[in-house]
Each structure stands twice: as C-alpha cells, then as structure tokens.
Design a protein around this ligand. Structure first.
Ligand code: FES
Ligand code: FES
Length: 158
C-alpha cells in the first residue's frame, strides 16, 4: 500500500507514490529519478546521501520519506544553474580539485551549500565543522575546504 508524498522538490511541486517506510534516499533515486545523492554506508556515517530538507543538510539514508511531506527538498540536481550549468559552488569544486572519484561530492556540495546559506564567509574551521559528517577517501579534504573557501567569496554561491 503506497501513500502520496507531496513536497517541493528542487523548487517544483511534486507528488510521489512511496511505501510507508521508504527512506528519502530511495524515493529520490528510484521514484524521482534523481541519482545524484549516493548511498555509501546506509547508516548515517559517510554523508554521501546528503540533501537539504528545508535548507538543513540531512542524511537521506536515515530520513523517512514521509517526513518530507509539505517540505522543501533540494538535491545536487537542484543546485544547477538556470541553463543547467554548474552553480558557483560546483564550479569551485571543479577548479580547486575538490572532486576526484566524485562519489562523496554530491554530499560534500550539499553540506557546503547549507553552510554557505547560513554563513557567507566561513573560516576554515567552520568549513571543516560543516563537513564533519562527510567522508572522502580520495582528496585528503584540503581541496574540498579550498573549494568551499573559493565559492564563499563569489556572488550568488551556492
Ligand atoms: S549513505 Fe547516508 S550517511 Fe552514508
Ligand atoms: S572524491 Fe572520492 S571519495 Fe571523495
């Protein structure tokens, strides 16, 4: 028995048929077709599944989909520019080498987007604090912090 979930998804009204105990991550990927958010651990440890719910970064692998009823959900696909180009934050990740294999990148970018929405000029410590729930096996984190620092100074970011 499925239930209709009504939400604003990447700025547009959406109605999705979901199972009562579905995870938001599965609904986004398998029902909405938005595969940017990734499943790493499935246990709230790695941050690869991070999306924004009402502007707050959450682990969508732990978030019950029906708790998104009536709320705004933004995925990495929702950060793209009006013509489908990269946002300032995404461009900064490209330019500063913040993405290597890219598996962690959607989650990193969404955590960074939440940070920059609340704090336009974060210190490196504040950036690292914002990423505490996001793991990366490739970059050593320095390039990710540099990417977010670079984006912070740009008008219109994230
Ligand atoms: S897949 Fe959600 S935190 Fe790892
Ligand atoms: S770029 Fe590979 S896990 Fe972060």
């Amino acid at each position: 028995m499925k239930t209709t979930l009504h939400l604003k998804l990447n700025g547009r009204d959406a109605a999705l048929e979901v199972a009562p105990h579905a995870r938001l991550l599965d609904v986004l990927r398998d029902v909405a077709g938005l595969t940017g958010a990734k499943e790493g651990c499935g246990e709230g440890e790695c941050g690869a599944c991070t999306v924004l719910v009402d502007g707050r970064a959450v682990n969508s692998c732990l978030f019950p989909a029906l708790e998104a009823e009536g709320r705004s959900v933004v995925t990495i696909e929702g950060l793209a520019g009006a013509q489908g180009g990269l946002s300032s934050l995404q461009q900064a990740f490209v330019q500063e080498g913040g993405a290597q294999c890219g598996f962690c990148t959607p989650g990193m970018v969404m955590s960074a987007a939440a940070l920059l929405s609340a704090n336009r000029d974060p210190s490196d410590d504040e950036i690292r604090d914002a990423l505490v729930g996001n793991l990366c096996r490739c970059t050593g984190y320095a390039q990710i912090v540099a990417s977010i620092r670079a984006a912070a100074g740009k008008a219109g970011a994230p």
